[in-house]
Design a protein around this ligand. Structure first.
Ligand SMILES: [Zn+2]
Length: 212
């Protein structure tokens, strides 16, 4: 998946919505002023030539990093297909690139999401699963909540036999601060339906994720 595709909903695949989370959004000038304050807080001079255009760039980057607030990710699942001819085994989309932001430190969370479900007559286009992940990821997040939101959205839209979401990610707030714990990944899982009931299915899925 290339980056253009990854950001596809930026360019209008979905209508912008006001999410229930969205309070008043500050205008460009206000955002840029806030970034100048942060540059000064870091100990630099916001009027220095090298960082003069940084506030504008940061404001633009924010639109991308937090694009998930302007859409309802569930809308990616509004189109389901019912011609899967009775396919009932696990569908797994592995290694979906994940970029999110930790809500406690506003530091990047980067990693991979693995999304699986066991159809009950309805399936969804593969790109939609990665958009669903991206839609919830591009908000201020906790990895645990992100994992659950993806799983429950899929469960609601497809009413499948089971849903499993596994996320492995590195948190910038851990890898760049304090003891600089590089290379530590956090793994979160959400099992619903068959996956919750059946440990054989969970084991098989984890093996598929690891590529066995
Ligand atoms: Zn954090």
């Amino acid at each position: 998946m290339n980056l253009t595709e990854f950001n596809a909903f930026e360019i209008g695949e979905l209508d912008e919505v006001e999410t229930e989370l969205a309070p008043r959004r500050p205008g460009r000038a206000e955002i840029e002023q806030a970034v100048r304050t942060l540059i000064a807080a870091a100990g630099d001079d916001p009027t220095r030539e090298g960082v003069r255009d940084t506030p504008g760039r940061v404001a633009k980057a924010y639109r991308e990093w937090f694009a998930g607030y302007r859409i309802d990710p569930k809308a990616f699942l509004s189109r389901v297909f019912e011609e899967a001819e009775g396919y009932e085994e696990t569908v797994l989309l592995r290694d979906i690139p994940l970029v999110s932001t930790c809500e406690h430190h506003m530091a990047p969370i980067t990693g991979k999401a693995h999304v699986a479900y066991r159809p009950n007559g309805k399936v969804v286009g593969i790109p939609k699963l990665s958009r669903l992940v991206d839609g919830y990821a591009r908000r201020l997040q906790l990895q645990e909540r992100l994992t659950n939101q993806i799983a429950h959205a899929l469960d609601e839209a497809l009413q499948p036999q089971g849903v499993a979401v596994v996320i492995e990610a590195t948190h910038g707030c851990m890898s760049t601060r304090g003891v600089n714990q590089h290379g530590i990944a956090m793994v979160t899982k959400c099992w619903l339906g068959d996956f919750k009931r059946d440990d054989r299915l969970r084991r098989e899925l984890m093996e598929s994720i690891r590529g066995c």
